[in-house]
Design a protein around this ligand. Structure first.
Ligand code: CP3
Length: 349
């Protein structure tokens, strides 16, 4: 039994006393308690050790009072399981040692035995659930096929992922074959996370907006639809198509329980695009958490007033930034926790 089921109620469209709140990338990055573990173990050791996964996942629940935990892992572990060696470099992020450069490289990627290759993730989920002891729900996650293709082709992070976009337009058949393979693997992977006990799953399509409306329709949306339709009977699905405001309407009928939006998307526009039968999640600019408590409180309250308190999950518009002071993150969470329905009504009149 869960002691705090605001997130799950919101995902089911049930009434809540106030919006649930959590922060994307809350489980790593900014907490000093995480930074200490970071000095002791390298990144993939942290991901592969169930006790560390459980410990890191629970840090923001213990320290910030958020309404949900997100599993500590990474979207790139799926690519490792497909036989792609990855190094996580200090300062510059992930480097894939054998990126996909030409269509023939797509065939080289292994179709992994997900249950074994990513067994440590499922063990991590079980260890985390024990440690959470029903305090809050646990969110599992995976990268969307297009966002995984970005890293596979580019070989590293990039502001615009030009190589990945060019690959799709120059080799559409190979791109679709790759996206199809990534979709099947992602569905199995998330099904197994759900079997291991996660209460909801989020699909991160962090670079969806880079494709533009037509590219999104071809190379991202169909795969998000397939993942969402395959899983929505098993667990609530949250889709986060960052930057793809033009794709929100189409995703509203994907079976997803919620769609996450970034801070460049207007809440009223998003609500209008998706209708009333789905929850929205987002969308405070993470840079606002670098300012001061007064500004954070004012901006957070303004955000809630724009979204309303029902069918809404308070969150940031992208991951929390590494140098965010803990007190600022706490102010964000506390402001949502204090927001009451009566207050919403009084500010409307
Ligand atoms: O939300 C959480 O805190 C849970 C854990 C989580 C991580 N990565 C841990 C991590 C989640 C949900 C992710 C998702 C992820 N990983 C995304 C999608 C979300 C987004 O931010 O757009 C992407 C694109 C990646 C790929 C990735 N992993 C990059 C580009 C980097 C380097 C730069 C960065 O964002 O920190 C990583 C490394 C990574 N993944 C770290 C953490 C805590 C930092 C490495 C470290 O702490 O040593």
């Amino acid at each position: 039994m869960l002691q705090n089921d605001r997130l799950l109620k919101t995902l089911r469209g049930e009434l809540v006393d106030r919006p649930p709140v959590w922060m994307m990338r809350q489980a790593g990055r900014f907490l000093p308690s995480y930074q200490r573990l970071r000095e002791k173990y390298d990144f993939f050791t942290r991901c592969q050790t169930p006790e560390l996964v459980a410990e890191i996942t629970c840090l923001p629940v213990d320290e910030l009072n958020v309404d949900a935990a997100i599993l500590f892992s990474d979207i790139l572990v799926v690519l490792q399981a497909m036989g792609v060696p990855i190094e996580m470099r200090e300062g510059s992020g992930p480097v894939l040692l054998r990126p996909v450069e030409k269509p023939a490289d797509v065939n080289r990627l292994e179709y992994p035995d997900v249950i074994h290759a990513l067994g440590y993730v499922f063990q991590g989920i079980r260890a985390t659930l024990q440690k959470l002891d029903g305090r809050v729900p646990l969110i599992g996650f995976a990268g969307a096929p297009w966002t995984l293709l970005c890293y596979l082709v580019e070989g590293k992070g990039s502001p615009n992922f030009e190589k990945a976009r060019a690959f799709c337009y120059q080799h559409p058949d190979a791109a679709h074959a790759l996206l199809d393979k990534l979709t099947n693997i992602t569905i199995s992977y998330l099904q197994l996370q759900i079997q291991a006990g996660v209460h909801a799953v989020q699909v991160f399509d962090s670079w969806a907006g880079l494709l533009g409306p037509e590219g999104f329709r071809q190379f991202a949306e169909p795969y998000l639809q397939r993942i969402s339709k395959a899983l929505s009977a098993l667990s609530p699905v949250i889709l986060f198509p960052k930057g793809a405001w033009f794709g929100l309407h189409a995703l509203a009928t994907s079976g997803a329980a919620a769609i996450g939006i970034d801070w460049q998307t207007d809440p009223a526009f998003a609500r209008n695009a998706v209708g009333t039968q789905i929850s929205l999640q987002g969308n405070l600019d993470p840079a606002i958490l670098l300012t001061n408590c007064t500004t954070i409180e004012a901006q957070t309250r303004a955000m809630i007033r724009r979204f309303g308190t029902q069918r809404y999950i308070a969150n940031l518009g992208h991951g929390i930034l590494p140098h965010t002071p803990v007190a600022h993150a706490r102010t964000f969470v506390e402001t949502v926790r204090r927001f009451s329905e009566a207050e919403l009504l009084s500010t409307k009149s």
